[in-house]
Ligand binder design. Sequence first.
Ligand code: F6R
Length: 602
Amino acid sequence: MCGIIGYTGGGSQTPDGGDVLDVLMTGLSGLEYRGYDSAGVALANSSISVHKRQGEVSALEEALPDGSVDGYAGIGHTRWSTHGPPSDANAHPHTDCSGTVAVVHNGIIENYQVLREELETAGHTFESETDTEVIPHLIEDALEAGADRESAFRRAVNRLEGSYAVAAVFCESETVYAARHESPLVLGIGEDGHYLASDVPAFIEYTDRVIYLDDGEFATVSPSGVVVTDERGTVVETSIETIEWDPEDAGKSGYDHYMLKEIHEQPQAIRKCLRERVNEMAGTITVDDLADLESSGPVQFVACGTSYHAALYGAQMLRKRGISAQCFLASEYDADSIPVGEETLVVGVTQSGETADTMSALRGANRVGATTVALTNVVGSSAARECDHAMYIRAGPEIGVAATKTFATQQVALALFSSVLSGESSQAFVEALRDLPDQVQSVLDNSTAREVARAYEDADAYFFIGRGYNAPVALEGALKMKEITYKHAEGFAAGELKHGPLALVTERTPVFAMVSDDETAAKTLGNVKEVEARDAPVVAITDSRETVERYADFVLEVPETHPALMPILANVQLQLVAYWVANRLGRSIDKPRNLAKSVTVE
Ligand code: F6R
């Protein structure tokens, strides 16, 4: 939901000999997963120069004037529209009437209409339909009233209601001013310059030393250092953390798309998720992140999209181990109207740790005294900081908008979480977990998903069915197909098909069926026969070829494993099918239309 970057280095040269504009453009490329319908930069000099364009960062790149665009400091923005459609005018940065200050913003200003009317009445002229544009005009008013730059920025921000990560530069100043409330903002501490951004990939190429801002904090970022203050202006003590990502991790490493690279990174990501948590000799599972967690009450999961599918899987794992567990779509969770209290453990499953719906649900749970856990990929994220406990999935950076390796590691982390909470783990399960990364690798090496994609790229719609542990993966397979191919796809618990959706099944609707060699096999096979009898093509994803081969047009095999881990393997096949269909259809795989990776609006 929009990405922002800021940089100041005390001169136009950056540590690697480039200029401020290079840093901003690199930063925007690293943030494009957060939104990509327009992009822009502003550089502060004796005046402010603003360059912005509708479209992706590459469109901005092409629109930049020849020769270097100089500045002492700068800010940039990549947008996912909320107020006003994508256009050059609505692209950030926005400026005041006199062109003294430029502002970028991520979030939603709920009282912008009132502020805009007030400012227009006072004579300000607006150039865009955005909520953001009120900020530079508020700053302008405060400057005219005699405030210095910092106080003018602070006064403007204090008038905002809603969510924001906001940054501003002024002409004739090397300082970038920033503030956050319910939208992420992280500072990067470099050798020769300082950075701020919505997320670390924006500046990981330059520095791995970061300070995460908390809600309500302001930052003054100048070449000589950064100062963080609270709402009242009191200086806040901060600690610098070191990020463990390699800048290489954020590149494509020769793959055509981040998504394909990230699908292939799953064995390694799962290994990292398991490291030092599974003791094969003792047959035990321990998670240091949860060392202080004590819970004997019911568990409620809150999550959205792909993470919700992982949560459905986690809830099943817990219920099979005798723990009461429910799943809620975070946007539907209302802690004030359901049974949740001090005895409840509320787990937010969120790879980004910033999803507004999930954060709102977790805040509700915190308010009623529940114990909260963030299951997340991002150290220092809002979820990690606001929950009582955080368990990390250790997937590494995921740039493709469609979640892949974060889903796999969420599932693995939830398998571990359920063992920790129930105190139940068998030698067989531990060994199955140990073998999982190699088995995922073998699926990647031997998959014939590309052939399946070729056969069915023209289908009218795709259906996905699975039972038990495989039911959440049926939903996930359909979501991935929709997101990146823009084709109609639906996932169902296999038994549900006959209760309505079967009416849609024809010879032009391939059905992907997960058939696991366990107690669910016979019933799922019955469902496969139902669709086969309606002439629908069947693609079986199975660890038991002989069971299903007769009824299937294609078989995508996965190695035999513990029944609880089969869906992790099956999902890799579904990811690859979706990828190759989208690839054949020429879709924008890493940046699907209308979507963004980190959804920071409710
Ligand atoms: C789909 C996808 C989304 C996210 C959802 C929640 O590929 O990525 O459905 O799963 O927006 O995001 P997080 O996990 O960051 O809370």
